[in-house]
Design a protein around this ligand. Structure first.
Ligand code: OOG
Ligand code: NI
Length: 465
């Protein structure tokens, strides 16, 4: 009897989720189709260069999803389901701080962590948890009602969790159990037909549309599923041409002449979806909610801590120059000019200044000079002994994430900023879910270091590079 390994489960889960979401939100299918057209065109125009940040088969299958849960307990259960798929919590994002309007959540991303696993299938899920204890959003009365409501619901059937734990322990599942596991896992993220209690939903909506989406219903659902595209500016143009109204910006780094770094994302608001509503008299009526949307992203090179600090500094500079904006230049134009002044414009410069991560490999057929082996990485690369390949950014950006949340909300919500927020951090999150939330920088660095150790070994260099 055949067994599905964890990556096979992950790939199957991502594919089935995609099929389900396409049924639920047809505009998602359009987005996937247009992304694929753009990717094929880029591949045709650029050849092998188009695959520097991932093979075309990886990029074509690549998706991230977003889900939202209410409690540490639910987050712990999500972590068990994703652990079965070889996905681990990486990074801590505090979206309560990252935007002007109210987003009462903290988040992490579940994803594969090692290179081979990412190459097989890089499926990741941005996962947010509501923060009812934060007094800036919830007064004590509402907090208590919300926590009671959340404690009484069950998002994941026990059978799903049992199968998940078995898959984790055995690193896979036999065929028929895999089938059952996938069915239950996809089902857990489907939109529920159960009527929504309208009064309760609206009470939470006054605080935040995200709070209502999470805590106003008795189930969870996938919020969006995001394909990866190789040219997001072109994608944006083609979607707009098709009459799909995109949000007015592409979040993240600007389009510019230098290397693509980190992550660029854009989105559109999905249409309202019919949802059954229960009125205060107990009648069930048809209503509509507009909470889900479409998003697309382009991924670039992972930046080091120093590179990220530079990115954050440039973001602040763009903000500052945009508020001054005497010239009437658009934010995108200002961003491009800021980047051209301050961001190194080649991969070599990014590497030399320690701003981005690369893996290194001894070049096949390198020039056979008789001199001693160069001792620095940059010299090895310059003289053709070693080749550098950029490490792709596998994570998210808090400011962009908050922008994505925000641009798709119909109301601003309320946040009482005079109050002190509850403190959450990666350590708190690790304790809450009973698993270590990994540091993304450490993961990239480890990959770079491993490749350098291999190069040193192959070239017979003493010590490390
Ligand atoms: C998550 C928003 C963040 C991204 O790609 O940055 C996100 C959500 O809406 O639940 O998905
Ligand atoms: Ni997203």
């Amino acid at each position: 009897m055949s067994t599905l390994s964890q990556w096979q489960l992950r790939a199957a889960f991502a594919a089935r989720l995609s099929k389900m979401y396409g049924r639920e939100v047809p505009a998602y299918t359009t987005l996937v189709d247009v992304s694929q057209e753009v990717n094929e065109d880029v591949l045709r125009a650029q050849g092998a260069d188009a695959e520097r940040l991932g093979s075309i088969s990886r990029v074509t299958a690549e998706r991230h999803g977003a889900i939202r849960v209410g409690t540490p307990r639910e987050l712990g259960q999500v972590a068990r389901v994703f652990a079965a798929l070889g996905m681990h919590p990486v990074g801590f994002y505090d979206l309560r701080e990252a935007a002007a309007s109210a987003v009462p959540v903290v988040s992490t991303a579940f994803r594969p962590v090692d290179g081979d696993e990412l190459a097989r299938n890089p499926f990741r899920v941005f996962t947010s948890m509501l923060t009812p204890a934060d007094p800036r959003f919830f007064d004590p009365g509402l907090r208590a009602r919300l926590e009671n409501f959340l404690a009484s619901r069950e998002l994941f059937p026990p059978e799903l969790l049992t199968l998940a734990d078995r898959a984790t322990a055995d690193r896979g599942l036999p065929h028929h159990e895999a089938e059952r596991f996938l069915e239950l896992a996809v089902g857990a993220f489907e939109l529920s037909p159960e009527p929504v209690d309208r009064t309760w939903y609206e009470t939470l909506e006054r605080v935040s549309a995200v709070a209502a989406d999470i805590g106003g219903v008795r189930s969870t659902h996938i919020n969006h599923l995001t394909p990866r595209v190789l040219d997001i500016d072109e994608l944006y143009r083609r979607m707009t041409e098709r009459g799909i109204e995109m949000i007015d910006t592409i979040q993240g780094p600007p389009a510019w002449r230098g290397p693509d770094v980190l992550l660029r994302q854009t989105s559109f608001r999905a249409l309202a979806e019919p949802r059954a509503m229960r009125t205060p008299d107990g009648d069930v009526v048809s209503g509509a909610l507009r909470v889900r949307f479409g998003e697309v992203e382009a991924r670039g090179i992972a930046l080091t801590r120093a590179g990220r600090a530079l990115y954050d500094k440039l973001l602040a500079l763009v903000d500052e120059e945009s508020t001054r904006a005497e010239s009437g230049a658009s934010r995108a134009e200002i961003a491009r000019s800021v980047w051209e002044r301050h961001m190194p414009a080649t991969e070599e410069e990014l590497a030399a200044q320690g701003l981005a991560y690369f893996t290194y490999q001894v070049a096949a057929g390198r020039p056979r000079d008789d001199g001693p082996v160069p001792e620095s990485v940059s010299e090895l690369v310059r003289r053709g002994w070693v080749r550098a390949a950029p490490v792709v950014y596998e994570d998210f950006l808090p400011r962009s994430a908050a922008g994505i949340f925000q641009s798709n909300l119909s109301s601003e919500g309320t946040r009482h900023s005079e109050q002190q927020g509850t403190a959450y951090d990666a350590g708190w999150l690790s304790d809450a879910i009973g698993r270590e939330v990994l540091d993304p920088f450490a993961l990239y660095e480890q990959e770079q270091k491993r490749s350098l150790a291999r190069v040193a070994r192959e070239l017979g260099v003493d010590g490390s590079l």
